[in-house]
Design a protein around this ligand. Structure first.
Ligand code: ADP
Ligand code: ZN
Length: 605
């Protein structure tokens, strides 16, 4: 089977996303690899597909044990022999997993880094051929990274004691140079093939608000998206509880998650959110790593997070299925102080010496500063973010609060020609005006001071910009000045002048655009992606999914994601071939669920 076949048969997707195919090819060729992709880009496929094609077993090292269960459940639902080893397993489940491993019934084994030092893991390493080790969230290995985990340092010694060195693939959403160097060095990668896909997630809208009353702002956002899944991140446990309580008191079903809650409550709340029983999750940043809930349609940050990496990772949990989704940050000056305080607190890590602590602290402070710039800037948020991650982009995306609320790009090529030719014609009559005068003339002003020139009869460019508002007309002239298409004389009453560029502008084919303030700023995006398909059918499909999920005791997305159900509702397949053509349906899922869902489609057509 080719990688393409595996993608189709097991995962039900027709094509690889950006970067996936290339990384897989290098993994299959036996190389070490580093994949740097934003959250939601599809890193898992990059190691899961080759894991199924390689002989032997793949060990996936992943930081959060609480989440392995769902990851493995999702793989099993697709017919992939996967298992996990961590401290949450009962003694019996642990033994039975081990016996599956020894009997060759496990292709992909998830393990927490702490497990690597256990005796059972060392025995596996000796006896079972491990062809690949995958390090997920690989930035955790680096002290330069935003969430360093000392247990990740154990990976290297685990690799060393393997009888035969497997290929290593490492994945992260953190792109800074220092972190990448650490990943290569500390994991001991051999000349790895490194691939960075673009960091942009086009379906995400980014917004920053600076509301006087944060809760009211949050309430408005959540209310507008009633029934859709959303995450609200707060900076402290106390705030999580407060905000969650207030939402509930205001009639919004919400649940909460932070490290101070009992394990049992945390698991229950997380489950209720993931299974769509409760739409809103209020949480600290302890929530979300590794969670693959694909239908989160908005992420609100009640406070500014400590750095852009964290922000992009947390916000990136919205819209994983590719539907439009909103990421909104509620900023206040207090957030800066709280973060600074937390940096001071956390620099007391005892595992590190004083110099390392000082270095980490100054890095954290720098990162916080750059995060603050994001919150206070007036221009395209997305371009700032992408530049932060090392990409060059235009300073306009049209889908962030700065672009949307403040500016839109207009093509002003025609207006530019009108402006320049008007100046030219005035100069021929030896008349010189400043910005205000030229604006009046272009807009055909009837003011007395122009009547003596008899422009209406004698100047062909008089009033040719009648349709353009005075404000915009001035802005356009200023824009031409700032881009040096025209110039201005010095002195107290500067007048407009032409230069070499102006001539070019009239004669040659150039395009001129301008960012202008929009008259009526809309709040945010979030057209529900569900709107495009028959709502009754979609609801019936969701009900069918919920019934199966509760019977199998797995989250709904493990059966099918919302994106898959939407595609199903649009295609209305009537037979196996048709069902397989739905995005997200592989062979095993066709066999397991095809009949049930096709029955629903028949009944609702
Ligand atoms: P990451 O780990 O990079 O945050 P995931 O691996 O969780 O992202 O993938 C995000 C979502 O994208 C998942 O729902 C996954 O099934 C989906 N996905 C991944 N690859 C593809 C593909 N080639 N075609 C369609 N959907 C995909
Ligand atoms: Zn923008």
């Amino acid at each position: 089977m080719t990688a393409q076949d595996v993608l189709q048969q097991y995962f039900g997707y027709d094509t690889f996303r950006k970067g996936q195919g290339e990384l897989i090819a290098h993994i299959l060729a036996g190389e070490d690899t580093v994949g740097i992709m934003p959250t939601g880009a599809g890193k898992s496929i990059c190691y899961q597909v080759p894991a199924l094609m390689l002989p032997g077993m793949t060990v996936v090292i992943s930081p959060l044990i609480s989440l392995m269960h769902d990851q493995v459940a999702a793989l099993r639902a697709a017919g992939i022999p996967a298992a996990y080893l961590n401290s949450s397993l009962s003694a019996e489940a642990y033994r039975s997993t081990l016996s599956d491993v020894y009997n060759g019934r496990v292709k992909i084994l998830y393990a927490a880094p702490e497990r690597l030092e256990t005796e059972s893991m060392r025995n596996i390493a000796k006896e079972i051929p491990i062809t690949m080790v995958t390090v997920d969230e690989a930035h955790c290995v680096s002290q330069w990274g935003q969430d360093f985990r000392p247990s990740y340092l154990k990976i290297a010694s685990f690799l060393e004691q393997l009888p035969c060195r497997p290929r290593i693939s490492a994945f992260t959403a953190t792109a800074t140079k220092e972190v990448c160097e650490d990943i290569v060095r500390i994991l001991g990668l051999h000349k790895p093939f490194t691939l960075t896909t673009g960091f942009d997630r086009e379906n995400l809208y980014f917004g920053v608000q600076q509301p006087r009353d944060k809760f009211r702002a949050l309430y408005a956002i959540v209310k507008k998206r009633a029934g859709q899944s959303g995450i609200v991140y707060c900076i402290s446990r106390r705030l999580v509880e407060e905000v969650c309580e207030k939402l509930c008191a205001n009639g919004i079903p919400a649940t909460r998650y932070h490290a101070g809650l009992p394990d049992e409550e945390r698991a229950r709340n997380q489950n209720a959110f993931i299974c769509d029983e409760i739409p809103v999750m209020v949480a600290t940043n302890a929530f979300g790593m590794g969670i693959d809930k694909s239908n989160v349609s908005y992420v609100v940050h009640y406070n500014m997070p400590k750095n852009m990496e964290s922000y992009y990772q947390e916000a990136g949990r919205a819209g994983r299925d590719g539907s439009p989704a909103d990421c909104i940050l509620l900023y206040s000056g207090q957030d800066v102080r709280t973060n600074r305080f937390m940096i001071e607190q956390s620099s007391e890590n005892e595992m590190l010496d004083a110099a390392a602590r000082a270095r980490i602290r100054s890095l954290d402070e720098e990162r916080l500063r750059l995060m603050t710039y994001y919150c206070t800037r007036q221009e395209c948020l997305r371009s700032y973010m992408l530049r932060y991650f090392g990409e060059t982009t235009e300073n306009y995306c049209g889908n962030c609060s700065c672009c949307r609320t403040n500016y839109e790009t207009l093509d002003m090529t025609i207006e530019a020609k009108k402006i320049v030719s008007c100046i030219y014609r005035l100069h021929k009559r030896d008349l010189h005006f400043g910005i205000g005068g030229l604006t009046d003339i272009l807009r055909g002003s009837q003011a007395d001071k122009y009547t003596r020139y008899r422009f209406a009869e004698t100047l062909s460019t008089f009033g040719i910009m009648q349709e353009t508002s005075e404000k915009l007309c001035r802005e356009m002239i200023r824009h031409l000045l700032s881009e040096e298409w025209i110039t201005q004389s010095e002195g107290k009453f500067p007048v407009l002048q032409l230069n070499m560029n102006s001539v070019k502008l009239l004669r040659e084919d150039c395009r001129i655009t301008i960012n202008v303030v929009k008259e009526a700023p809309p709040e945010a995006a979030a057209v529900s992606a569900d709107a495009a398909v028959d709502p009754a059918l979609l609801a019936a499909l969701k009900a069918c999914r919920a019934a199966i999920a509760s019977k199998e005791r797995v989250p709904a997305y493990v059966i099918f994601t919302d994106a898959t159900l939407r595609d199903m509702a649009a295609k209305r397949p009537q037979n196996d071939m048709g069902f397989l053509s739905v995005s997200g349906v592989g062979r095993v899922k066709l066999e397991k669920y095809g009949d049930a869902f096709m029955k629903v489609i028949r009944e609702n057509t």
